[in-house]
Design a protein around this ligand. Structure first.
Ligand code: SAM
Ligand code: DTB
Ligand code: SF4
Length: 326
């Protein structure tokens, strides 16, 4: 079994890119079976962690990420808006809690965090959301160690910062910052004792090898990321990747299964792209170890599945929210 090669101690080297590539090429159902076994050894297989997103600062971002609706480099119809008020954010968080979210994730279309009144306001948001009894997560772009400390002090649990794609494919997708910049921010978050949420996007025109590189990098983080979001590209008109053909659903299953095998204890989140997936494909992803989703009608700027259809799907599969007692 491949799992034997995955060292239980995360300080041991992760499987090489070549090994991960071979893992991704295995017969699909063998991979799913092994991933399901790993999943059951480390997690309650009926429990799904539920997070909800809110875009607290939308659009006008200086970065040129080729997939993103919020980059100022692309004409996507998403107009720049100022940072939301604290009250507005807390009202949305309250609603999210009522709708079954355990974690509230606030996203800002920033290249990096700048000290000043906007950052102070984000700190207030974190404090307020935490007081509502929710786990807190923010994704604000590049971050210094000092800023990470201040977020931690305000009650932040998770910092989301994705590696997005393999190192060799990164420059094809983004030119305004580097893969190493992303790694540096992850280190800053970790240095402040924050949990890290870090994953990537499938379907950016990358070869399978780049997916192997991404999974290798994620599994090389020590300790592994606490949450690993596996996003599928949501094609946004006006972006350079608007016409990228969708990936076959089996590639998503392969990435989820590999993430589960490589990072046995992490939460693997079936993230953006669920609205374009069938119930059957999602079910196989849950079998293969996905144990977290975004709930709620919207992601940041694009739609998520309807809450009623998500509730029905979880009920049909015998799954329940992780934070609700069986
Ligand atoms: N600006 C910050 C950053 O880049 O880290 C935070 C916000 S950014 C929108 C957060 C993540 O959303 C990206 O790293 C990417 O993984 C994901 N994302 C953005 N647009 C997407 C799309 N069209 N499809 C799938 N995932 C997307
Ligand atoms: C993550 O990995 N996916 C989320 C969250 N982290 C910030 C974002 C998905 C964005 C999908 C495109 C949009 O709605 O703009
Ligand atoms: Fe979008 Fe974040 Fe890239 Fe800005 S840095 S363009 S918000 S993904």
């Amino acid at each position: 079994m491949f799992e034997d090669k995955v060292k239980q101690r995360e300080s041991a080297p992760a499987p090489s890119v070549e090994e991960v590539e071979r893992l991704l090429e295995r017969p699909l159902l063998e991979m799913v079976f092994e991933a399901a076994q790993v999943h059951r050894r480390h997690h309650d297989p009926r429990a799904i962690q539920c997070s909800q997103l809110l875009s607290i600062k939308t659009g006008g971002c200086s970065e040129d990420c080729g997939y993103c609706a919020q980059s100022a480099h692309h004409e996507t119809g998403v107009l720049p808006e100022p940072l939301l008020d604290v009250e507005e954010v807390l009202a949305a968080a309250k609603k999210a809690k009522e709708n079954g979210a355990a974690r509230f994730c606030m996203g800002a279309a920033w290249r990096k965090v700048r000290d000043g009144k906007d950052f102070d306001r984000v700190l207030e948001m974190v404090e307020g959301v935490k007081k509502l009894g929710l786990e807190t997560c923010v994704t604000l772009g590049r971050l210094s160690r000092d800023q990470a400390k201040r977020l931690q002090g305000a009650g932040l649990d998770f910092y989301n910062h994705n590696l997005d794609t393999g190192r060799s494919h990164y420059e094809e997708i983004v030119s305004t910052h580097t893969f190493d910049d992303r790694l540096e921010t992850l280190q800053a978050a970790r240095s402040a004792g924050l949990h890290v949420c870090c994953g990537g996007i499938l379907g950016l025109g990358e070869p399978r090898r780049a997916r192997a590189e991404l999974l290798h990098e994620l599994a090389s983080l020590d300790p592994h990321p606490d949450s690993v979001p596996i996003n599928s590209l949501v094609p946004v008109p006006g972006t350079p990747l608007a016409n990228e053909p969708p990936l076959d659903w089996t590639e998503v299953v392969r990435a989820v299964a590999a993430a589960r095998i490589l990072m046995p204890r992490s939460h693997v989140r079936l993230s953006a792209g669920r609205a374009g997936m069938t119930e059957e494909a999602q079910a196989i992803c849950f079998l293969a170890g996905a144990n977290s989703i975004f709930i709620g009608e919207e992601l940041l700027t694009t739609p998520n599945p309807e809450p009623q259809s998500d509730a029905l799907l979880l009920a049909k599969l015998g799954l329940r929210a992780e934070h609700e007692k069986p």
